[in-house]
Design a binder for this molecule. Structure first.
Ligand code: APR
Length: 241
């Protein structure tokens, strides 16, 4: 096993071929919605119905999509790494459930999850696969109108940052997949890896905003390049370049 401790970061590009829209590609989510209205605490306070409509549509859309070969390759890589006595951490910016449905388990979902709700009053978090509405009451504290998607909005602190730092501290391979490198702190992980002397690889449809920071790169659709890369690593055909 060449790499004892692998950290993978994924973004919306890993789910694009499953039919989940990315954010900044032409026609992407932020070309159709103003993030300030649907993905900020201020937007939720100003128009909660619009925010619920936005996330209810994305949550309902999960029923129509399936994991693709990239999701399955990452789940297989995790199993192989653990079976060989190594460590594997999948840090994802995505709030869809495709990594979970593909069998990945060592997931740090730093932007939360579409299929979980959060009460803004008591902090109660629970699985949620139904529409949310302003009229909902929190099942834990009874507060009305405070239940929201458990998704990290702009201006809020991403989840699991300590766990991510811990995984990065021991990593010897960092692979970034399907992300534009536009949003921090996720976009800062490659610089953190380089500072730690970790081999860094970008797997993306095209060079991202921080492509120059990676020591190796493969470009193309995730469903093609991710299985090929995982196969190369597991068969010791990737030498870091
Ligand atoms: N295969 C591989 N990469 C792809 C594919 C594909 N089929 N399709 C698109 N991509 C790449 C794009 O080239 C782009 O670099 O995926 C990236 C998607 O970038 P964004 O749309 O910016 O998504 P992401 O990087 O995940 O956004 C980060 O921003 O809006 C917030 O919270 C949101 O988690 C999200 C964060």
């Amino acid at each position: 096993m060449r790499y004892a401790n692998v950290v993978v970061l994924t973004g919306a590009g890993v789910s694009a071929e499953s039919g989940v829209a990315t954010f900044r590609d032409p026609g992407g989510v932020w070309a159709r919605y103003d993030y300030r209205e649907v993905a900020t605490p201020e937007g939720f306070a100003a128009n909660p119905d619009l925010v619920h409509e936005f996330y209810n549509a994305r949550r309902a859309g999960l029923a129509d999509v399936e994991p693709n070969a990239a999701h399955y390759a990452l789940a297989a890589w995790e199993r192989a790494q653990v079976d060989a006595g190594g460590a594997f951490t999948l840090v994802t910016q995505n709030v869809d459930d495709l990594h979970q449905r593909a069998g990945s388990t060592a997931i740090l979902a730093m932007h939360g999850s579409l299929v979980r709700s959060l009460c803004g009053v008591c902090g109660d978090r629970r699985d949620c696969r139904r529409d949310l509405a302003v009229s909902d009451r929190c099942a834990a504290c009874g507060a009305r109108g405070a239940v929201r998607p458990d998704v990290v909005w702009f201006g809020e602190t991403p989840y699991l940052l300590d766990e991510i730092d811990e995984a990065m501290a021991g990593a010897d391979l960092f692979v970034s997949i399907g992300t534009s490198g536009a949003v921090y702190p996720a976009a800062g992980l490659v610089a953190q890896a380089r500072a730690l002397g970790v081999a860094t690889v970008e797997l993306n449809l095209e060079p991202s905003d921080n492509a120059s920071l990676f020591s190796a790169a493969r470009y193309g659709p995730a469903s093609v390049i991710v299985p090929a890369f995982v196969d190369a690593v597991l068969n010791d055909r990737f030498d870091g370049a």
